[in-house]
Design a protein around this ligand. Structure first.
Ligand code: FES
Length: 143
């Protein structure tokens, strides 16, 4: 009888752990599913990336470059326009983390929309934006 009870507890705990693991992992996967990182060269103050960097339903592509102190997020909007923002929290200059709805600062909890506006304090200034334009399928970001 106790063997049966022990088996029941093992199976139940195993199932709970699996469900909890999926619940913890799901937001992480969701957050990463549409995120692409590129490392274009910085040439004459410009970073260039092909529009094709935005695979499938990607809204944000992150530019990384060794000459930049912070990454840059290039955001694609529904009207197929693009804007670029420095991934630096305007509160105390911590690197931001991209999410599906914008950018989050893990230091004190500020968040910013995909248009660079402050959603949550303590930050009060919007993100620094870079001039961004599209030319023949190439997105160019002026630094
Ligand atoms: S440094 Fe980002 S909220 Fe404080």
């Amino acid at each position: 009888m106790s063997g049966t009870r022990r088996d029941f507890i093992k199976k139940t705990c195993g199932l709970c752990a699996s469900v909890a693991g999926i619940a913890i992992l799901a937001p992480t996967l969701q957050g990463c599913s549409s995120l692409m990182r590129v490392q274009p060269a910085l040439i004459e103050g410009k970073l260039s990336l092909p529009v094709s960097s935005f695979v499938e339903e990607a809204k944000v592509v992150i530019i990384q470059n060794k000459d930049l102190e912070y990454d840059i997020a290039v955001v694609k909007y529904l009207d197929k326009t693009y804007r670029s923002f420095e991934m630096r929290c305007t509160h105390q200059e911590t690197s931001l983390v991209p999410t599906n709805s914008g950018f989050h600062c893990n230091m004190h909890g500020s968040s910013f929309s995909l248009t660079g506006k402050v959603n949550n304090k303590p930050a009060t200034e919007n993100l620094k934006e870079f001039k961004t334009f599209l030319d023949s399928g190439i997105i160019q970001v002026s630094i």
